[in-house]
Design a protein around this ligand. Structure first.
Ligand SMILES: [Zn+2]
Length: 302
């Protein structure tokens, strides 16, 4: 099966086609269809003062569960994901904006060099993407641990900045993760709406070789796209991905350097008022986390 040293192929019959995954779980979701812009979020669409954000989310209906980055010390319940390891990568870090020299340092991404990390974007009201990604990551971890999975975060705002994009990939590789999901939200023009999932392209060069993870990551990504649309009711983005909600890229260090199945998820456009209203809602973030968890579970259960 696709990627090195992960559990044997018994895991999966045959990758679901994108359309099939979307169609299968989108039947009930109004508004399936639309597309979006990529990037190690915020990087591709720089915004002046993009992250001059306040810290907490405007609406705190459902509190986000918090703990530390490392796997939970408490015994995990037995469940369908017992024995599986999932790494969650909360995009950016709230401290990045105070460490611009450190995050601008160039690191090797196999096919070239890129900044260590970026500040991320924010809503017009100042809700920072870096806070959004931690919130959704905490909710996602709680849902996966409840299924018995061993979950690790690449950081939990428990470090002044980063980790750098190469270290984020390394954490997933060294954990021998069965799946890795990098959580982001985009910063694009008003009117650009919806979510998209970024898949690794086939890349070989320097320290990068994605040949073993392209197929499995495409399967993981398609299932996440389908379930995300179903649980949130959000449409796949209307400005990238041709209404599939999927986009393949070869210039993201976090994907290029991964040796385990991995995707990025851009949950919506923080700069569009309608999307921002969703992203700043704790109950919508809970649905987003549920969609990510269902997609990951569906992938791991095959
Ligand atoms: Zn981002």
């Amino acid at each position: 099966m696709p990627y090195d040293d992960s559990p044997p192929p018994t895991r999966r019959a045959r990758p679901l086609s994108v359309a099939a995954a979307l169609a299968a779980v989108c039947l009930t979701a109004a508004g399936c269809g639309g597309g979006q812009e990529p990037g190690e979020a915020g990087a591709a669409s720089p915004r002046p003062g993009g992250d001059a954000a306040t810290s907490t989310a405007p609406t705190g209906e459902q509190p986000e569960p918090t703990a530390s980055a490392s796997p939970s010390a408490k015994p995990l319940p037995k469940g369908p994901l017992t024995g599986r390891t999932v790494v969650i990568d909360p995009g950016h870090n709230p401290g990045n904006r105070d460490h611009t020299r450190e995050i601008n340092r160039q690191v090797d991404i196999g096919t070239g060099r890129k900044e260590c990390d970026t500040t991320g974007t924010a809503t017009n009201d100042g809700y920072a993407e870096a806070r959004f990604t931690l919130d959704v990551s905490h909710r996602l971890r709680a849902l996966l641990e409840a299924e018995g999975a061993r979950v690790r975060l690449t950081h939990d705002a428990d470090r002044p900045f980063g980790p750098c994009i190469d270290e984020r990939a390394r954490i997933g590789n060294e954990a021998k993760a069965d799946a890795v999901v990098s959580v982001h939200a985009d910063g694009s023009a008003v009117g650009n709406r919806g979510f998209h999932v970024i898949l690794p392209a086939g890349v070989k060069g320097g320290g990068a070789d994605t040949s073993k993870i392209v197929k499995s990551s495409a399967d993981l990504g398609a299932r996440i796209a389908g379930h995300f649309a179903r649980t949130t009711g959000s449409a796949p983005s209307n400005y990238i991905g041709g209404n599939t909600g999927l986009n393949t890229r070869d210039d993201l260090g976090g994907l290029n350097l991964s040796t385990v199945p991995k995707v990025f998820v851009e949950c919506g456009n923080m700069r569009d008022p309608k999307d921002a209203a969703l992203l700043t809602s704790a109950s919508w973030r809970q649905k987003a986390a549920q969609g990510l968890a269902d997609g990951i579970t569906s992938y791991l259960k095959g």
